[in-house]
Design a protein around this ligand. Sequence first.
Ligand SMILES: NC(=O)c1ccc[n+]([C@@H]2O[C@H](COP(=O)([O-])OP(=O)(O)OC[C@H]3O[C@@H](n4cnc5c(N)ncnc54)[C@H](OP(=O)(O)O)[C@@H]3O)[C@@H](O)[C@H]2O)c1
Length: 327
Amino acid sequence: MQQRSLGSTGRSVSAIGLGTWQLGADWGDVSEDDARAVLEASADAGVTLFDTADVYGDGRSEQIIGRFLADRPGHEITVATKMGRRAAQEPANYTPENFRAWTDRSRRNLGVETLDLVQLHCPPSEVIDADVTYDALDDLVAAGAIAAYGVSVETVAQALSAIARPGLTNVQIIVNPFRLKPLDEVLPAAAEANVAVFARVPLASGLLSGKYSSATRFADNDHRSYNRHGEAFDKGETFSGVDYETGLRAVDELETALPDGVSLPAATLAWIASRPGVTSVIPGARNVRQAVANAAAGEMEVDLSGFDTAVHDVYDRLLKADIHPQW
Ligand SMILES: NC(=O)c1ccc[n+]([C@@H]2O[C@H](COP(=O)([O-])OP(=O)(O)OC[C@H]3O[C@@H](n4cnc5c(N)ncnc54)[C@H](OP(=O)(O)O)[C@@H]3O)[C@@H](O)[C@H]2O)c1
């Protein structure tokens, strides 16, 4: 598995990481044994980045990761957590005191003295733009509570604002064949500033696996049922904000441009990982089979130029007019 520099931290992370929202079991059911099996299969396959958050299962995802890593001494895994969504998304809540309390809770959940990396969890733009935000984060680094910080964002404008901050280690943003805008400015700006980029929701919540149809039904407690129009959180986080039926049409077209013997999810992950400026792609895996397949995509050596042409063509025709102005 290719390992890449994590900004200027001196750490390396794998080109394919693991997203662990699903392991919190806020949506869908994942037992602790199954969650551990996914972590183990990923780590055994060379994955060295786990992305989590204090709100995933209200700490369950962090705790399972903490217990797993405690049983794996000498591991070289970086845990990137997030903070800021245990309170209302109001600028007044992003205080140094809350930052300290939130990070202390994550340190306990993960069982570590110093958090490897903490990302602000899609805060309001005012928070991303404010000097005091970064002063407080710098203080946490100086105090040894966190080793590094980043920002998870919704929009290109937010990403560019964060990248301009000298102490920033990473931005996390949606990048996938249904979300091409970050390719234009965010990836070049991040590379120039030596800021790492984590590409989240790389399979558009599973749409880019190619396994869904118009008849597919998701469980009531699955965000792919209850957040299709942004009812619970930013609508871009479910199917990347793409209308479901339009997404199915786009998937059909992309499937005609796959290299021989390569599946759509594998091509998608490898394509994202090979965009200059992307540090790590963080798919969510619900089971060991998905975890192993996703990690393998990081080692694939295949010509994706035809797929790349199709991605841009499909995006320009079917998606750009709706998606580009929103994020
Ligand atoms: N605001 C934020 O910062 C934020 C928001 C969202 C996500 N994230 C991070 O990004 C990570 C990834 O996002 P995500 O899980 O929402 O979306 P995703 O990675 O685009 O999609 C995950 C879904 O894709 C399907 N899948 C995964 N691997 C597969 C494979 N090899 N073959 C077939 N299907 C496969 C599974 O669907 P099935 O369940 O149908 O099997 C899985 O639930 C999260 O875990 C989290 O760490 C961060």
